[in-house]
Write a protein that binds this ligand. Sequence first.
Ligand code: GDP
Ligand code: IMO
Ligand code: MG
Length: 483
Amino acid sequence: MVITPKKIEQIFQNHQTLIVVGGNWGDEGKGKVIDLIMGGYDVVARFSGGANAGHTVYTSSGQKLVSHLIPCGLAQNKVCVLGRGEFFNLELFLKELEESKAVLGNNIADIFIDQQAPLWTPYHRLFEMYIEIMRGERKIGTTNKGIGPLEGMYKLRLAPVVGYLLEKDLLMKSLQVLYNVLKPCLDNVKDQINETIPDPQEILEKLLSDSEKIKAFVTDTAFLLDMELKKGKRILFEGAQATGLDAWWGTYPYVSSGNSVAVGAALGTGLPMEKFGATIMVAKTLPTRVGFGPFPSEMWERQAAMDFAKENQQLFAQGPLRNEFLSSILQKINSGQSSAAEMSQYFQVLGDERGATTGRGRSVGFLDIPWLQYAIRINGPKYIALTRFDMLSGLKSIPVVVGYKHRGQILPVGKLPAAWELSQVEIIKEDWLCFEEDISGISSADKLPKSAQEFLSKLEKHLGVPILLVGTGPGREAMVVRN
Ligand code: GDP
Ligand code: IMO
Ligand code: MG
């Protein structure tokens, strides 16, 4: 059992509930922040997304665990709740459970799955392929986990839900309706998909046989969470995806389909707003994006960055090749002679920026203050956790985006243009001094070099929200708690 550092425990002791959300386009290190904080909580509840998420935590023995569907709480034996707002894929859930057991042993915490969470079927996967084909050059670049179809079909009142796994007739009827609706679309792209479309009976049998293993987990989780709060238990709400990927407040249509922002915690768990204490927003020092869609501070081109990661996997492995590559580009960056491509490649390799779910290369951007000011407006966080600050080690300075100009006007703090115009903003950059010292692994604020502290104070002034946590590496201890 991991103990939360005393300082963090004291800060959060008045928050019986705490929401953790992502401030950028995902992969900010929400898993790591949750790992650090959850020692002081009893329950960890997911409220959005599904198997598209990939949250990395390390166990006390240093083993890596990537959670997709099951909350990170599993790593510390916390009660884990998959709320109604989380899209449920039974096949992947069982796979993840087995993989987690292999790391954590068989003594696994209690897990509860909401009875009315939308239930994944192979039709959702096929339908997602159909939609992406139909979108052509406007494709999203999804994780192929059927997330859009799950949310969409639910809203069309066509989705089977988890509880139907215990009601054979209901499940069969709803699979049949889904099949009737989707079959004509799927037939249209039969040649491109190149798969047979399973009939409802086949799907029913597989789901029912798998469902035996989770029957005991299915419940009304909103009632359960309310009871836990009444008993005085403390609940951490684990956000998935991020502000930029939220279906309503992100860069639509290049978004995921869930309610990833803080208010999603209420929608996705069924607890009323008044039960939510505070939000901590996780922001990545150098934000990243996978898939397509606007990314104002992006260093290079999306496809080029993704291809670079795919074609140069040997550079990402620890060893002399990686070290030589990094030090030669670092010299160029520090002498002001690096190209945009080199800058991006440096940070991609340094941060091993490859997706925890799909393995795709993540494209990297500069620290983007106007975007974060927007994310703060939407999420209303009480605290910021700034991860991957160690990525600036050894740099003399780095460009930071301090403003957006749109149609010749500097936009006021917190204001963005319409999502479809976001890629046209002109970014205003300033060079900020970094630190030549390597801060990797530092865990106390007073050990941070003066210039690093000044960087944080300056950023904090722009954001108007305290930067409470600062990540200095992927390891569990590599986090500074600021006063
Ligand atoms: P999540 O989806 O927000 O939980 O983030 P992911 O787990 O997908 O990706 C975050 C990656 O960054 C993981 O590999 C983490 O181990 C790593 N990470 C988290 N915080 C830090 C940090 O402060 N510094 C560095 N270098 N890596 C970090
Ligand atoms: P975590 O929780 C990064 C992206 C996909 C794609 C878009 C839509 O680990 O931060 P979807 O499959 O959800 O319909 O894809 O959203 N995406 C993520 N990117 N981190 C994630 O989750 C993501 N979940 C979805 O790459 O661009
Ligand atoms: Mg992730």
